[in-house]
Design a protein around this ligand. Structure first.
Ligand code: NDP
Ligand code: MG
Length: 386
């Protein structure tokens, strides 16, 4: 088990559950970081007494510095502060729970320092999975997935050897719009899209679950984490979200990890691995459930998944472009600037327009990310026609 942690994105859904896990486990928290929710950051700082708090928004950082003036807690602003929090002295693990590609740079810094990475921020692997995993291997850093499916795969793989893995069964809840048609979904509201049936999550990932882009991001995340091609990952819609994912070994044995849908479990496991501790969280009652269902994913009515599968096969800068365009399109949908049905069209449009690099370095990935963001910010529904 780790000795002390820092939490990037401590005010978010995963971040708050990480704070709860740290308190439960009696685990010291050395640094906190978030974008701008300084009210909650102050509350967390007073409760956890970290050495350092990073606030991405520099003006808010100044306000928090004033608010915490009666303590010895240091506060800094800007993107570099996020990296400083990731490599804070005295912590041996960083929980990366910011949302979006902004998690990449601090995660790389923490890998170079050989801190255990408890990885929730899947966008990091989607954008730059090859380079991130190469650095993980080179430094011998522990990368423990927090995403429930990947935690399940990681745990299931402990039953055999990597070379014995035949395929991964990646489960998906199907989101709030499972069974609905593309045309009926064109104009659904942000409120409808973020109302997930099984999981309570941040707004961005909730929309990703509604478009099924989340499963596409997770497919790419799984390919990098477990070094396998996209054909070795089968996506199964499993509405109960109880089988968090499974692996099939060469002999035909399928090993799955199950549990109630509560992120507290994979978060805690990433911190206590290779041990397990009591969590006090709700326990799985299979008799009460009675049945579990599995269905094929619907890529026709949820084109974001088809786009992501295509980008997974293509590799190079395609996933980074897709991810950046998706982040912007989702933010615009949440601001009610773009209809829900335009999210996949905006992403496909950006992918058609941006030149593709096969084996990108970090600079090429950053350039693709910037270009995709700029294009997606200007996308209009008329553009999606061509
Ligand atoms: P939330 O939207 O709830 O929280 C996002 C967090 O990131 C907040 O603390 C926010 O700060 C912070 N943040 C956003 N932008 C920046 C920035 N530029 N600099 C510093 N901090 C920033 O997201 P979730 O907790 O739902 O998700 C976090 C990550 O975990 C995502 O990558 C998601 O895909 C992944 N994940 C989430 C799951 C879940 O159940 N929620 C499940 C599996 C994976 P502030 O509050 O100040 O804006
Ligand atoms: Mg997940």
């Amino acid at each position: 088990m780790v000795k002390a942690i820092s939490i990037l994105g401590s005010t978010g859904s995963i971040g708050r559950q990480t704070v709860a896990a740290a308190l439960r486990l009696g685990l010291p928290v050395r640094a906190l970081a978030a974008h701008g929710n300084i009210r909650l950051l102050e509350e967390q700082a007073r409760q956890l007494r970290p050495d350092f708090v990073a606030v991405y928004d520099p003006e808010r950082a100044q306000l928090l510095r004033t608010a915490l003036a009666d303590t010895s807690i240091r506060v800094a602003g800007g993107p570099e502060a996020l990296t400083e929090a990731a490599v804070i002295e005295g912590a041996d693990c960083v929980v990366t729970a910011v949302s979006g590609a902004v998690g990449l740079v601090p995660t790389l810094a923490a890998i170079r320092e050989r801190r255990r990475i408890a990885l929730a921020n899947k966008e990091t692997l989607v954008c730059a999975g090859e380079l991130v995993m190469a650095l993980v291997r080179e430094t011998g850093t522990e990368l423990i997935p927090v995403d429930s499916e990947h935690s399940a795969i990681f745990q299931s793989l402990l039953a055999g050897r990597r070379a014995e893995l035949r395929r991964i069964l990646l489960t998906a809840s199907g989101g709030p719009f499972r069974g609905r048609k593309r045309a009926e979904l064109y104009a659904v509201t942000p409120k409808e899209a973020v109302a997930h049936p099984n999981w309570s999550m941040g707004a961005k990932i909730s929309v990703d679950s509604a478009t099924l882009m989340n499963k596409g991001l997770e497919l790419i995340e799984a390919m990098h984490l477990f070094s396998c091609p996209p054909e070795a990952v089968e996506i199964l819609v499993h509405p109960e979200s109880v089988v968090h994912s499974a692996v099939e070994f060469l002999d035909g044995s399928v090993v799955a990890q199950m549990g109630v849908p509560d992120m507290g479990i994979p978060i805690q496991y990433a911190l206590t691995y290779p041990e397990r501790r009591r969590s006090g969280l709700e326990r799985l009652d299979l008799l009460r459930l009675g049945q579990l269902h599995f269905l094929p994913p619907d890529t026709e009515n949820f084109p974001c998944l088809a786009i992501a599968m295509d980008c997974a096969r293509k590799g190079g800068t395609a996933p980074a472009v897709m991810n950046a365009a998706n982040e912007v399109a989702v933010a615009r949908f949440l601001r009610e600037e773009l209809p829900f049905g335009e999210i996949p069209r905006c992403i496909a449009w950006a992918l058609r327009r941006i030149g593709y690099v096969q084996e990108p370095d970090f600079a090429a990935i950053a350039a693709a990310d910037r270009e995709a963001r700029a294009l997606a910010a200007e996308y209009r529904p008329e553009d999606g026609q061509d």
